[in-house]
Design a protein around this ligand. Structure first.
Ligand code: ZN
Length: 343
């Protein structure tokens, strides 16, 4: 069995690993599709993000889907051959946050492909994954697994939308047109937003945003003042999804948001300067959002019904022996939106 393992920044290897058998309550899943996420890219390019560093070799990947290949003792509701999306999030179920329904804040979270804890939790970029049956969410038999591999990033955006409050009839700004920004656009449209405006610093993703239903798309590198008119009469947007993870994007969002708006900070970006006076005077709510919990099953349901179609975001699928080429492509925003690996 082969897996894609990060050893250090720029040291990504496809390696043989022992294939485990599923124990009681576990399933073996033949992974078919895996999307490369921004955090996978951070491990590849920088060896981590923020204070999180790769300190031992770790299998990457947490946007994964496949087919059940084996069942451990006592597993019900799944059969060999079933297609499944794999929830990379496994909260402990017993800590104070799990017990209060806020499992995304679990004190003992085991999230796939994450170096946050030691030993690291290996991810799903491998040919066979043995996992707790509770992680495997059954899909319709004919659902393409490349589509199912979007369940995780879509769940992130559904959780972000929950932080935003009411989207029906809202005027929405999305800053940062990467895969998460694009899925926030699709979620806002799905939820009945009246208007969705996108910003980025590159023209290509903005052109795609317009194809996917954005009402306007502004290239702030070409026109740094493009959001200026939205600041008239104290501001325009009811909701902002700040997906760029940048202080400049947040400052622009605060200027363009109307009094009482909610800004959901989705992107991670280290420390930033916040224009506090405007935030205070306009009574803006600035909220974080972190991962997801029950939204994973909702994301699978939405994708299975075709209510949101993420496939225009898929740039290319590369085989796992071309993992480095896949990561290089995913890192190049002039060429790629979402890159997946086939196992
Ligand atoms: Zn917990």
């Amino acid at each position: 069995m082969q897996a894609i393992v990060i050893h250090a920044a720029r040291d990504l290897r496809v390696e043989d690993q022992p294939e485990a058998a599923p124990g009681p309550g576990q399933v073996a899943i033949r992974i078919r599709a895996g999307g490369i996420c921004g955090s996978d890219l951070h491990y590849y390019q920088h060896g981590g993000f923020g204070v999180v560093r790769v300190r031992e070799p770790m299998v990457l990947g947490h946007e994964i889907a496949g087919e059940v290949a084996g069942l451990g003792q006592g597993v019900a509701g799944l059969a060999v051959g079933d297609r499944v999306a794999v929830n990379p999030s496994l909260p402990c179920g017993t800590c104070r946050y799990c017990l209060s329904g806020e499992a995304q804040h679990c004190l003992d979270m085991r999230f796939y492909g994450s170096a946050m804890r030691m030993p690291h939790v290996g991810g799903g970029f491998r040919q066979v994954l043995v996992c707790e049956a509770a992680r495997a969410v059954k899909l319709p038999a004919d659902m393409p697994l490349q589509r199912a591999a979007f369940a995780e990033p879509l769940a992130v955006c559904l959780h972000a939308a929950r932080q935003a409050g009411k989207l029906l009839g809202a005027r929405v700004l999305v800053t940062g047109a990467g895969p998460i920004g694009m899925l926030c656009l699709l979620v806002a449209r799905h939820a009945g937003a009246r208007q969705v405006v996108m910003t980025d610093l590159a023209p290509k993703p903005l052109a795609l945003a317009l194809q996917l239903g954005a009402d306007a798309a502004h290239d702030l590198r070409a026109d740094p003042q493009a959001l200026g008119p939205y600041g008239a009469d104290k501001g325009h947007f009811d909701v902002v999804f700040e997906c760029a993870g940048s202080g400049a994007a947040l400052a622009g969002a605060i200027a363009a948001a109307r009094p009482g708006a909610t800004i959901v900070q989705v992107g991670l970006g280290g420390d930033a300067t916040v224009p506090l006076n405007a935030l205070v005077a306009k009574e803006i709510t600035l909220r974080g959002t972190f991962r997801f919990h029950e939204e994973f099953a909702l994301a699978v349901d939405i994708l299975a019904r075709g209510a949101i179609d993420p496939m225009p975001l898929l740039t290319e699928v590369l085989p796992m022996d071309q993992a480095i080429a896949a990561f290089e492509l995913a890192a190049d925003r002039t060429r790629a939106m979402k890159v997946q690996i086939a196992f």
